[in-house]
Design a protein around this ligand. Structure first.
Ligand code: SPD
Length: 359
């Protein structure tokens, strides 16, 4: 009997120690496994009430972190440290992550709400068959301007930004591909140009824009433009929609030389610990009513066709923010240009920022 008791106590203590070690390992970065979901998303990009609802419905605790550019997100993921279960990158960044083996192949049988996504946003070149990514929000990039502060000037061309009357009146979104893209598009080049002579030319052209650039900013660009602290901004369409909701004097145009159509998607990184919970989260976000609620809160355009029915016509009928294929077919999706070329774009953008500081 004594021997049986000894064996029982030994097994019990060993099991206790094992549970302790496992839970320490799982929580050593602050997060645990199946009962927690770590989400890494852009700032201002989800309705917090939906996170509460997901937690209530599933019992899974959501740990939430934000980033402000694809480049910052890619650097953090590559550095390791936090095991994110859900990340929301854009098109070219997804292609890069996929190519570098950073993503888990999705189980579509666990995402029945995928059927609600408009086929126009599925099966795109950066992830054919949506094997790794599910559409979240989409939009374009263009110019937002305040007609009262710009004396009736036209902004249908990128070239309008170089008008000498706009001294210190322009805010630029703080994102390398976007800003270098303005330089490229204004010269008639593609947003995916890899010719270094063209890129240098775009850089020099941007340097000439410096006197007109008041600041290069992140999410605060919305508040600054709505409060009329600058007359013009180069922004994503979703931010333009939010700003114009606050201040209806402003208007948004996609310049005639061209621009980008972008798509942010939900992915599960290879380092994820709660793959089951991540699929539950994706399916939850794709539920039409949840998706409509998220769209109203965030202000960006939803690719969820079924969600459109829950949204007011004044939102979904506004072609500046829900342009049809006649417009988007003439815009470019950013391509993954490879490590070296993406690094070159980032360097040029940093050079441009330094040039501004020196000027
Ligand atoms: N505040 C959320 C911003 C999300 C913008 N994503 C657009 C990426 C275009 N490359």
């Amino acid at each position: 009997m004594k021997k049986v008791m000894q064996v029982f106590i030994t097994v019990f203590l060993a099991a206790f120690a094992l549970v302790g070690v496992t839970s320490y390992l799982n929580s050593s970065n602050g997060y645990s496994g199946a009962d927690t979901l770590t989400v890494y998303n852009w700032g201002d990009y989800i309705d917090p009430d939906l996170i509460d609802k997901f937690q209530r419905e599933t019992g899974i605790k959501v740990v939430y972190e934000t980033f402000d550019s694809n480049e910052a997100m890619l650097t953090k993921i590559a550095r390791g440290g936090t095991a994110f279960d859900i990340v929301i990158p854009s098109d070219y960044a997804i292609n890069k992550m996929k190519a570098e083996g950073m993503l888990i192949r999705l189980d579509h049988s666990k995402i029945p709400n995928l059927k609600h996504i408009d086929p126009r946003f599925l099966d795109l070149s950066f992830d054919e068959g949506n094997k790794y990514s599910i559409p979240y929000f989409w939009g374009t990039m263009g110019i937002i301007y305040n007609p009262e502060l710009t004396q009736g000037k036209e902004f249908s061309s990128w070239e309008a930004l170089w008008d000498t009357d706009l001294r210190s009146e322009i805010l630029l979104v703080d994102s390398a591909r976007e800003v270098i893209g303005v330089g490229l598009n204004s010269l008639g080049y593609s947003l995916n140009d890899t010719d270094t002579d063209h890129l240098q030319e775009a850089y020099r052209k941007l340097c000439e824009l410096t006197p007109n650039v008041k600041a290069i900013v992140g999410d605060e660009i919305k508040m600054l433009l709505a409060n009329e602290e600058a007359a013009v901004g180069v922004v994503w369409s979703g931010d333009a929609a939010i700003i114009m909701d606050e201040n209806d004097k402003l208007d948004y145009v996609i310049p005639s030389e061209g621009s980008m159509v972008w798509l942010d998607n939900i992915v599960i990184p290879r380092t994820a610990r709660n793959i089951e919970g991540a699929h539950l989260f994706i399916n939850f976000i794709l539920d039409p009513e949840n998706s409509a609620q998220n769209t109203e809160y965030v202000g960006y355009a939803t690719p969820n066709a079924a969600a459109l029915e829950y949204l007011p016509e004044e939102i979904t009928g506004d072609e500046r923010f829900y342009p049809g294929p006649d417009v988007t077919d003439n815009l470019e999706v950013l391509a993954n240009l490879g490590k070296r070329m993406l690094g070159y774009y980032n360097e040029l953008f940093l050079e441009f920022k330094m040039h501004r500081k020196r000027a």
